[in-house]
Ligand binder design. Structure first.
Ligand code: FMN
Length: 183
């Protein structure tokens, strides 16, 4: 089982990492972690190269990430929400996945349901309606383009008051998702 994790926090060892670690300690198989803030991935420039060819015209580290996505069984996003959405560096990576959206134009889509998508989202504010809605919409849209279905999600509000480190329920849920992937 191959898993690719996209890590979106500016803080290397904050809430998001604590939540992710609970997942990773229970995960089997190989795992690659893409740390968005430390990956220097350029934004999509809408050059439309991918409308015709299965690839991207920008020659940066994303070229090594595409094959990981192609081969992955599980695609995991672990990120805080910033202003109700995905932090910039991680959004750059998502936008570079336009090549998968364009698979409809090229007619080489991933088989539907061939990958599992997982989301771990943290928010500092106390729980409120739609705290994670925009982020969820972006990620579910991407999962659709990757032929993935959402196989698990943990959303953790109120991290300013109760850090993930002390939130055993949230950590247990993340661990359970990894265990379920073994089946
Ligand atoms: C620029 C910025 C914007 C933020 N916007 C939100 C927000 O819209 N909603 C929310 O609940 N928390 C927001 N937060 C709080 C973070 O989501 C929260 O502190 C989270 O636990 C950080 O994760 P980390 O510890 O992995 O860095 C924001 C934090 C920053 C730095």
């Amino acid at each position: 089982m191959k898993t690719v994790v996209f890590f979106g926090s500016a803080r290397k060892n904050g809430n998001t990492k604590d939540l992710l670690n609970s997942f990773l300690t229970n995960l089997e198989g190989s795992v690659e972690i893409i740390d968005a803030y430390r990956s220097e991935i350029s934004p999509c420039i809408d050059c439309r190269y991918c409308w015709k060819k299965r690839g991207c015209s920008i020659d940066d580290k994303m070229q090594k990430i595409y094959p990981l996505i192609d081969k992955a069984d599980n695609i995991v996003f672990a990120t805080p929400v910033y202003f109700g959405n995905i932090p910039g560096p991680l959004k750059n990576i998502i936008d570079r996945c336009q090549v998968y959206w364009a698979s409809t134009l090229r007619d080489d889509k991933f088989e539907k349901g061939s990958k599992k998508g997982i989301m771990f989202l943290c928010g500092g504010a106390p729980s409120f309606e739609n705290q994670f809605t925009a982020t969820e919409m972006v990620l579910e849209g991407l999962f659709g383009d990757l032929g993935a279905f959402t196989a698990g999600k943990v959303y953790v509000p109120n991290t300013d008051e109760v850090p993930v480190k002390e939130n055993f329920r949230a950590k247990d849920k993340a661990g359970e998702i990894a265990k379920n992937l073994r089946r």
